[in-house]
Design a protein around this ligand. Structure first.
Ligand SMILES: [Zn+2]
Ligand SMILES: [Zn+2]
Length: 154
């Protein structure tokens, strides 16, 4: 399950809808992400970790990230890598909620801004907006929630 969260800038009209969580295609995305990792498409560190750990699992959930350099906001695939705690199995596709409870996080993917190449930070749109911490990437004004946006994703 995923849900959308809308934000907007009252000054310049910038708006953005972040969709976080997972969709019904999750098992397919999971399988292709693991394949990409094993083929080295997400870097040598990731490839090696999956080679050394048969039971490694990856979070393929969607989340929102903000560029620490230019402030651009983008949706990205989480791609954090986990190993199971005792008694947990990572057979098949592991859901993000299971990863959070039954797994330990080992690697965090370094997302790069598609605009300036800067380092991105994964955020909770909802919390950042509540705290007034998110600035408009176009004009620098504090962004607010766009209450007209409510998306439920299956
Ligand atoms: Zn603006
Ligand atoms: Zn950037």
């Amino acid at each position: 399950m995923g849900n959308g969260f809308g934000i907007k800038c009252k000054k310049c009209g910038y708006n953005y809808v972040g969709v976080n969580g997972i969709g019904y295609m999750y098992p397919v995305e999971y399988a292709s992400t693991v394949k990409d990792i094993r083929e080295g498409k997400h870097g040598e560190e990731y490839r090696k970790f999956f080679e050394e750990h048969e039971d490694a699992a990856v979070n393929c959930g969607n989340c929102t990230a903000v560029c620490t350099k230019c402030g651009q906001i983008e949706d990205v695939t989480d791609l954090s890598v986990y190993l199971p705690k005792a008694g947990q199995s990572s057979d098949g596709c592991v859901l993000p909620s299971v990863l959070e409870d039954g797994f330990d996080k080992y690697l965090e993917y370094e997302h790069k801004c598609s605009d300036c190449g800067g380092k991105m930070r994964i955020i909770s749109l909802e919390n950042e907006i509540k705290n007034g911490a998110l600035k408009c990437p176009s004009c620098g004004e504090v962004l607010v929630e766009d209450k007209e946006v409510k998306i439920l994703w299956d």
